[in-house]
Design a binder for this molecule. Structure first.
Ligand code: HEC
Ligand code: HEC
Length: 233
């Protein structure tokens, strides 16, 4: 990737009529496709551009330029993922302070067909590699804001399950690490849906570690865990 290209103001010329038209069309398509997504098998292994990722992590100038690109494009993303990276739609994940490696990898999975969501796949394929990298930097640098939702009915079972099965990778506060996602404060609905998908191997997301770790969970465990994680800060 050529770092000088990160500053180009190419995609959404600021607030032109074309911008609003495009935004409108994409949103209509998106809203129709949410919830009616077909289950298809994973077809291809993703290719992560580690060189780009390392430069974004280690080279401040490259990362700063990427941030500017990401910020510009995020205006569109904020329709669903929120201005502060905290989504207002329960089945749309929060992105603020999500780990950069995880963000970049998920974006590339959408591009290469390793994670299935018709809208997100189309959107990510439409963006240029440096724009996708910029979005990962942008959301990674945002501060996570707890959704403020707590689920006081969370039972003891959830905490036991979390410590038994989840903590060793996602950390005691659910914040993950370089490659493991932050799950603390994520929306209840999104977490529950995602855990069902891993456990039942429905095809939208295939990940051996998560399938193994959700294999023995009952529907009740999943609900309890989702409430517990959504209440975490
Ligand atoms: C129309 C709503 C919508 C818009 C606009 C949108 N997204 Fe998404 N995004 C979603 C939904 C829904 C998911 C969850 C997909 C799934 O798992 O089925 C998602 C998932 C993601 C994920 C994975 C997060 C995780 O925790 O695994 C990333 C990263 C992401 N979007 C980035 C973006 C970026 C960057 C943009 C703007 C370029 C954008 N999205 C625009 C709805 C949207
Ligand atoms: C061996 C390490 C490991 C363990 C143990 C583990 N996870 Fe994960 N988890 C991961 C990885 C890696 C991913 C990213 C998978 C992918 O790319 O789809 C992930 C993804 C997730 C996601 C999706 C996050 C998002 O933003 O979409 C949720 C929710 C989650 N894990 C919850 C849990 C829960 C709950 C448990 C315990 C029952 C658990 N995990 C146990 C490694 C682990």
């Amino acid at each position: 990737m050529d770092p000088s290209s990160l500053n180009e103001n190419r995609l959404y010329p600021s607030r032109s009529p074309v911008f609003f038209l495009l935004k409108g069309i994409l949103l209509v398509i998106a809203l129709f496709s949410l919830g009616t997504l077909p289950c298809r098998a994973q077809q291809q292994q993703p290719i992560i551009d580690m060189e780009t990722l390392n430069r974004l992590i280690n080279d401040k100038a490259t990362a700063d330029a990427a941030f500017v690109t990401g910020k510009r494009i995020s205006e569109f993303c904020s329709n669903c993922h929120g201005d502060k990276g905290v989504s207002v739609l329960p089945e749309v994940p929060n992105l603020a302070e999500q780990n950069i490696h995880y963000l970049f990898r998920q974006i590339e999975l959408f591009v290469h067909g390793g994670r299935r969501n018709e809208f997100m796949e189309g959107l990510m394929k439409f963006l240029k590699p440096e724009e996708r990298a910029g979005l990962a930097v942008y959301y990674n640098r945002m501060k996570a804001v707890p959704t403020g939702k707590t689920y006081p009915e969370t039972d003891k079972l959830a905490k036991i399950r979390f410590v038994q099965l989840c903590q060793r990778c996602h950390g005691p506060h659910g914040r993950g690490d370089e490659t493991i996602p932050r799950i603390a404060g994520q929306h209840y609905e999104y977490i529950a849906l995602t855990l069902h998908r891993y456990r039942d191997k429905t095809g939208e997301r295939l990940n051996a570690e998560m399938t193994n770790n959700t294999h023995w969970l009952t529907d009740k465990d999943i609900e309890a865990l989702a409430r517990y994680l959504a209440s975490m800060k």
